[in-house]
Structure formats: structure tokens, C-alpha cells
Design a protein around this ligand. Structure first.
Ligand code: TRP
Length: 290
């Protein structure tokens, strides 16, 4: 456990308990978290109750999925000596604060959250017209405010949830504290730079598209998945050089390949790869270069 006395700003973030993580999760969040550990007082947790808002009819995988997420975090370099990691449902105060926040959160605020309408309309195989699903961002607000986090590293889709968290904090402070004082500070979203990470079919890597490369995939599986990937679709012949800027495999190279692989590309005609910018791009995970 890290202590607050360390004057470092506090960072808090969570991931839903979805099971084994893929390269998109790594590039989009985890790699960033690993690098934050020494800079901030970090709290990272597996949101198993959030998983329940959509998977309530079959809860059999949630426990196993939570552990798999945690194992992938450890494998990627989150270190329990340098950050605090936990499972949401092990801290029942998240549910208590969620209950209290639900008393003061106007329905209109929740109905306007973009992910609510979007997911309700798009996920047809589950009935998401539930009280729990509507309250998803209230639970997220409790997750964040309970630790009085300063920053919440999230992807763009989660920014409205952090905004709502700020509004709930403001409303709570208005009702229950004297003017000028507050109980809950308003957290700021820390936007994770959106890396373009395509899956094996060229669409965004996502479990729901079935196009992922998992952190736990063994090397032969990774090779096999890469071999079947879509490349530059404008090529006429199979042996024609492609343009890596419109090639999903090129996108993966830019993120994961070592400089020497990229230089080999540079020597080829019609190849526009530039060496990775080490200051801004994530470090490659512990995968062997292919
Ligand atoms: N809603 C987040 C997601 O789907 C997960 C999450 C739950 C979260 N609680 C949180 C993220 C608190 C940041 C802070 O990715």
C-alpha cells in the first residue's frame, strides 16, 4: 500500500472484469498505468460490479475474469509494491457510496450519458433496460470519489463518466458542506493518447469483434494471427510492396517493432515508416520481435 503522506497526486482507474487482456488494452491503458506508478499515488482496480451491470444473467465467469485481468496487470509490470491494486467488490464501501450518490443524481443526467443510449441500442442480446445499467456511471463516480482521486486516466469514451463524477461531487458538496468547503474534490480526466491499434481484421481491436491478439497468446499463436491479418488493400499483387500507413500490420509495427525492423522497412521502396518516437510512444511489451 502506498501512503497519502507521499504528497504525490493521486491517480485512480479501473477496468471491467472482462478476462484476458489484449494488445488494445495494453496500448490504450495498461502501458500508461505502468509508467504512472512512480509518478503518482496510484490505485488500480478490477471493476467486477461494473461487469455485473451487463453480465447479470450469467455471472459464472466474473470471478475468473477478474483474476485474469489482475494476472495480466502483474505480467505487464504493475507492481503491488509501487501501486495499490484491488478488486472492487472486496471494498463494499464502493456500493455504499454508490447508494448515497444515487439519492442525489438526477435521472436526466444519467439518461444523457452517451455510452448509456449507445450500448442499450447496440447490445441487443442482453436487456440493458435495468436500474443497475442506468446507474453504471454513479458506481463509477463512487469508485473515483471514495479515494478522492486527482486524476483518472481514461480513454475518450469514458470522459463523460468523469464529467458526471465531477457533477455528482459538486452536487454533494453543495448539499452537505458549508459554502466554500467541500468533501469531494473534482477529479480531472487524464486522456490516454489514442493509439490506433487495429485487430486482425483491420477494425479496432476489440473482444466483441473477435479480432484480438492476447497478451497471453503464445508466440506461435501470435504468428498465426499476424499471418492472417489484412494488409494494404490497395496492393494489386501479393508481392507488391504496400504502404504501411494504410496497413494494419504497419500500425502494429510502428508500436511494437524495434528500431532495426523499422529501418529495414525504410530501405524498401514505397515505405514511409518513421522510427518510433521513444518519448511519446509506448515501450514494446515483452514480446519477441517478429
Ligand atoms: N467504466 C470503465 C470502463 O469501462 C471502468 C471503470 C469502472 C472505471 N470504474 C472506474 C474507470 C473508475 C476509471 C475510474 O473502462
Amino acid at each position: 500500500m502506498t501512503s497519502r503522506s507521499s504528497q504525490r497526486k493521486r491517480v485512480l482507474s479501473g477496468m471491467r472484469a472482462t478476462g484476458r487482456l489484449h494488445l488494445g488494452n495494453y496500448v490504450g491503458a495498461l502501458d500508461n498505468w505502468v509508467r504512472m506508478q512512480d509518478q503518482y499515488d496510484c490505485f488500480f482496480f478490477v471493476a467486477d460490479w461494473h461487469a455485473l451491470t451487463t453480465d447479470y444473467a450469467d455471472t459464472s465467469k466474473i470471478k475468473e475474469n477478474s483474476l485474469e485481468v489482475l494476472l495480466d496487470w502483474l505480467a505487464a509490470g504493475l507492481d503491488p509494491e509501487r501501486c495499490t491494486m484491488f478488486i472492487q467488490s472486496h471494498v463494499p464501501q464502493h456500493a455504499e457510496l454508490h447508494l448515497l450518490f444515487s439519492m442525489i443524481t438526477p435521472l436526466g443526467w444519467l439518461e444523457r450519458v452517451p455510452t448509456y443510449k449507445e450500448q442499450r441500442d447496440n447490445i441487443s442480446e442482453k436487456d440493458l433496460g435495468t436500474y443497475g445499467f442506468l446507474g453504471y456511471p454513479v458506481l463509477q463516480a463512487a469508485d473515483i470519489l471514495i479515494y478522492k482521486g486527482d486524476f483518472v486516466p481514461v480513454g475518450e469514451d469514458q470522459v463523460p463518466h468523469v464529467e458526471l463524477t465531477r457533477e455528482i461531487a459538486r452536487r454533494f458538496n453543495m448539499f452537505y458542506t458549508r459554502k466554500g468547503s467541500y468533501v469531494f474534490p473534482e477529479p480531472q480526466p487524464l486522456l490516454t493518447p489514442a493509439a490506433k491499434l487495429p485487430g486482425t481484421d483491420g477494425r479496432k481491436m476489440s473482444k466483441s469483434y473477435g479480432n484480438t491478439i492476447l497478451l497471453t497468446d503464445p508466440e506461435p499463436v501470435v504468428r498465426q494471427k499476424l499471418k492472417t491479418m489484412v494488409t494494404d488493400t490497395a496492393r494489386v499483387g501479393r508481392s507488391d510492396p504496400g504502404n504501411p500507413d494504410v496497413c494494419p500490420v504497419g500500425d502494429l509495427h510502428k508500436i511494437f517493432s524495434h528500431g532495426c525492423v523499422i529501418c529495414a522497412y525504410l530501405l524498401r521502396p514505397r515505405c514511409f515508416l518513421r522510427p518510433r518516437n521513444r518519448a511519446t510512444s509506448p515501450s514494446p511489451p515483452a514480446l519477441r520481435p517478429w
